[in-house]
Design a protein around this ligand. Structure first.
Ligand code: GLA
Length: 360
């Protein structure tokens, strides 16, 4: 029997680079998703085919617990397979066919969508608690793919809900659904670039935050309030101090964003977040700054900022309803004039989390 599993990408409204600091994040799952069709396999192997890459990978079932990364797309699948086996799950011989509507390298979490959809397909009838599923996907990424990421992307891909954003407290992994503001659209603009340093710079940021926490004598930056930070900040070397200031302020912005219904205030928080990511956290780039600056000049735009890890990928824009078409045209033509590439614009609609698709 062929079964189909789906896991969504995500856009993060606010709370950037806070998850691996045990902080607060506010993403929403997207209607763009990864779909995995799972069919029986006559051979004793796990076979996967990616429609995007037009390539396949195949691993003998007996070898899965010993797989090593190959540094390509197959690692996301191999990583979750290895984690499942190590966690005591049984993997049946299957053929997986993967297709996705989540743009890759755009900061909309195509990797978490791939991990979670494959984990669901591979676990099949063996129940995995939703939180364990998210943690398993994150472990695959940290330990197999090698990116020391937080849990935001996998968590929201599992727990997303239609019409709502998800306030995740990465300290205790509790969640709260937050209704989206009315009268505004959320639009993501894809810079169509992903700079090569994204991975190493991400790791570096995690180390700098850990250094700041050490200087402050705390386990994580989550333990530090804005006022405590101001009295102790001098003890931290400058770069780590800037990173920590971003994280601590960003947690506060997430708190304010989650309770505000005022599009003007929400927009202002996005703008502050971008400024902080640009100057203190230093994860923006010329293309993203241009997209944000251009957006902020357009009538009806409340706010804009980089979303996701940074160094390329998307900006997120809070746009008054009715102004979307003019926004899209203006941003696209300005970006083409400046960089010679047409940026894709996606309307972000909050969708449900991952699961099996059952045909009626
Ligand atoms: C990437 C990581 C997330 C998170 C963001 C930045 O998307 O996978 O865990 O750290 O960057 O907020």
């Amino acid at each position: 029997m062929i079964r189909t599993f789906r896991a969504p990408g995500r856009v993060n409204l606010i709370g950037e680079h806070t998850d691996y600091n045990q902080g607060l994040v506010l993403p929403m799952a997207l209607s763009q998703a990864t779909f995995v069709e799972s069919a029986p396999n006559p051979a004793e192997s796990l076979y996967v085919y990616s429609e995007h890459y037009k390539e396949s990978r195949e691993w003998p079932l007996g070898a899965i617990s010993q797989l090593e990364p190959a540094r390509d797309w197959g690692d996301y699948v191999a990583g979750v397979a290895r984690e499942l086996v190590r966690g005591g799950y049984r993997i049946e011989p299957r053929r997986l066919f993967i297709r996705s509507t989540v743009p890759e390298g755009a900061g909309l979490s195509s990797s978490a969508a791939l991990e979670i959809s494959c984990a669901l397909a591979l676990a099949a009838d063996q129940p995995v608690a939703p939180l364990d599923l998210a943690k398993l996907g994150q472990r695959a990424e940290v330990e197999f793919v090698g990116l020391p990421c937080g849990i935001m992307d996998q968590y929201v891909s599992v727990f997303g809900r239609e019409g709502a954003a998800l306030l995740i407290d990465c300290l205790n992994l509790e969640r709260q659904y937050v209704a989206l503001p009315s009268g505004v659209s959320i639009l993501a603009v894809n810079s169509m670039v992903k700079h090569a340093l994204a991975q190493s710079a991400y790791r570096k940021r995690t180390e700098e935050c850990a250094e700041a926490a050490r200087c402050l004598g705390v386990g994580s930056l989550r333990e530090v309030s804005q006022s405590t930070f101001e009295t102790a900040a001098d003890a931290i070397p400058e770069t780590a101090r800037n990173r920590a200031r971003h994280v601590i302020d960003e947690n506060e912005r997430v708190r304010r964003f989650s309770v505000s219904k005022d599009p003007v205030e929400l927009g202002r928080l996005l703008i502050e977040s971008h400024r902080s990511l640009r100057y203190l956290y230093e994860v923006s780039c010329a293309e993203l700054d241009f997209l944000v600056d251009t957006a902020l000049e357009i009538d009806g735009v409340h706010g804009a900022r980089v979303t996701g890890g940074g160094f390329g990928g998307c900006t997120i824009n809070l746009v008054r309803e009715g102004c979307e078409a003019r926004f899209t045209e203006t941003v696209q033509s300005a970006y083409i004039r400046r960089f010679g590439i047409s940026p894709a614009v996606y309307r972000c609609v909050a969708a449900a989390g991952a699961g099996e698709i059952t045909s009626a």
